[in-house]
Design a protein around this ligand. Sequence first.
Ligand code: PMP
Length: 370
Amino acid sequence: MTERVVTAESVDEALRLVKPVVRGLGAYTLRPYEPRIKLNQNESPYDVPEPLKRRLWERLADRPWNRYPPFVAADFIAAVSEVTGWPEAGVLVGNGSNELIQALLSVVVEPGVSVVIPEPTFTLYQLVSGVSGGTAVSVALDEEMRFRVDAIIEAARTSRAAMIVLCTPNNPTGRSLTREEIERIYDSTDALIVLDQAYVEFGGYNAIPLLAGRPRLVVLRTFSKAMAMAGLRAGYLLAHPELATEIAKAKLPYNVNFVTETIAAEMLRAHDLLQPGVDSMSAERDRIIRELSALEGLTVFPSDANFVLFRVEHGEISHTTLFNRLLEEDGILVRDVSKYPMLEHCLRVSTGTPEENDAFLAGIRRILGQ
Ligand code: PMP
């Protein structure tokens, strides 16, 4: 049977129908890493406590699975409003903050519209602006990976940008903007200012208090990092209610399923339970910075997030060798970010548990011979 289906003739017939541009591409392959220690995606190393998980699963079992979830994820939105103090009418919730980034950009960006994006940053913004036909105007960070505030303002003015995207703290670099810098960018431009605060629980200025009276400001937050629920796919957006109403038009109906709605609402109300994990990650991040900084051949950048960026400038060990040896000899997976603009020879390590970080630091010392 298999023999008969997989003939050269039937394969050619099928492949003829695939777009030539696709045929010309190399396949994207991801090595099936099963690392012992996973420090590549800025997740929390601390899972949600088991008794809480079980209680939530019981609640889900009581829900009617045959019915659509509520049209508006009302309880999730109410919980966001409770913890942020921002009115429910100005809250949108999504299937991860990625979905809200897409909705937000799709109601603003079209051909001829410019979006100012400091680089390097989270690559989704470039991608989604491009898919919408807009023009991404890159503004390089400085050598120390700080935001160049004057250059951002200048680029927004000269390109008449509709939007400025500021990930603060920034990924994959880790630095953040001060309150004064955000205010200055807001006051000096007439663009929408998007503050992606996926990592703000770990450090940097929390911009929610700036929202009141600034209708061009949008704040994005996620459950995937400090909230320890990357698998849940949940995030939220805060904006002036009338702006939120417009952005909601680009969201699919029922974008938040009942599992996410139920768990996200409950976890927001119980977020104190997650605080020890967040405190541990912030302290461990500082320790990783300290200990990496003491090694020769590395340049380590400050970070307000749950990860650390470092450049490998070692006579004998390249960043690729370091990446591979950590994985092969220690089972430790970090992120190779060397293809980002400005980040040649750079790796990024997410903060794990103290034991995982010990293993990472011991591995790196051994490989660098120090
Ligand atoms: N924003 C930034 C700056 C990020 O680094 C990430 C995750 N890499 C996200 C958003 C994505 O978050 P989510 O999982 O909520 O879609």
